[in-house]
Design a protein around this ligand. Structure first.
Ligand SMILES: Cc1cc2nc3c(=O)[nH]c(=O)nc-3n(C[C@H](O)[C@H](O)[C@H](O)COP(=O)(O)OP(=O)(O)OC[C@H]3O[C@@H](n4cnc5c(N)ncnc54)[C@H](O)[C@@H]3O)c2cc1C
Length: 256
């Protein structure tokens, strides 16, 4: 099975967020980056499928030069090769524009399966995967926890609300968006890190793909949520204060 996994490089979780000068995005100068969480699970699913059934796992990532580091991490974990859509101006592409770039970069690969994460941990639109499926003209299913190969194509386990799940059979080629958390992620071994240096990583300049920008128009500038902390002293006897507290927890905070 030929599997393409879309992996986004996102800022580290514990980074101190600051808004950039233009008020459009977070300031990235002293930020550390990592692999988007649900994409790491997508990669793991792809590697498990290849181990069980053979084939090839190709990592696809769009972004500036630094994204190469995240692709190498995926190669070190076991992916076979990488495709890097090189762009310093991804801010000019919304999810549709990005999916168009990705579709143009992988159309000739004729993959059996394309995996994306459910959503990115920074912008979190949750749209890129399903739009990519539409552009590629293949069926998709979202929120997938488990993938098995079946005679007719794939058997997948999909998460619904409230602890409900759905089993779906679908043909290939197909695109699945992967939910985090169903399996244990592997670490890159020392040998894997060494091997990754020699694996193919093809750089495709975004402006060679003939995709027009689709910039997001912000109606307002970005702002950090303001911290609001108020202290109220409940007066009266302990019994009266306790009753007032219970009422507040029920009526205002709505946690009881
Ligand atoms: C000012 C500004 C600056 C930006 N700078 C960057 C940047 O430096 N790098 C950047 O990647 N995006 C950047 N973006 C966001 C970029 O436009 C989004 O990647 C795009 O809109 C997709 O939205 P999303 O990240 O919410 O993806 P979602 O739809 O939530 O992502 C779903 C899945 O799609 C795949 N995916 C998403 N993005 C990528 C990617 N870049 N490469 C491979 N797979 C991907 C992943 O598998 C991900 O789990 C910027 C946006 C703005 C407004």
């Amino acid at each position: 099975m030929k599997i393409i996994v879309a992996i986004k490089q996102v800022p580290e979780r514990d980074v101190r967020i600051r808004i950039d000068g233009a008020g459009r995005w977070i300031a990235l100068d002293d930020v550390e980056f990592r692999m988007n969480e649900s994409d790491a699970y997508a990669l793991e699913e792809a590697l498990l499928l290849r181990e069980a059934h053979g084939g090839e796992v190709i990592v696809l990532s769009a972004g500036p030069e630094r994204v190469g580091q995240t692709i190498r991490e995926a190669l070190a974990k076991g992916a076979d090769r990488g495709i890097h859509i090189v762009s310093d101006t991804l801010a000019d592409y919304d999810a549709l524009g990005l999916a168009r770039l990705m579709a143009a970069a992988i159309r000739n690969e004729a993959a059996d399966l394309i995996l994306t994460g459910l959503q990115s941990d920074d912008l979190g639109l949750g749209q890129t995967g399903v739009i990519l499926a539409e552009l590629m003209g293949i069926p998709h299913s979202s929120l997938i926890l488990k993938i098995e190969k079946a005679d007719t194509g794939l058997k997948v386990l999909r998460e619904l609300e409230d602890g409900w799940f759905q089993h779906i059979e679908m043909p290939t080629p197909a695109l699945l968006t992967i939910q985090s958390g169903n399996t244990k992620l592997r670490y890159a071994t020392l040998m894997g890190i060494k091997k990754a240096k020699t694996k193919e990583l093809r750089a495709v300049p975004a402006d060679s793909l003939g995709v027009a920008p689709t910039p997001v128009v912000l109606l307002d500038s970005l702002a950090l949520p303001s911290r609001q902390k108020t202290t109220q002293i409940l007066s009266g006897t302990p019994a009266e204060a306790a009753a007032a507290l219970v009422e507040k927890l029920q009526q205002e905070v709505r946690v009881l």
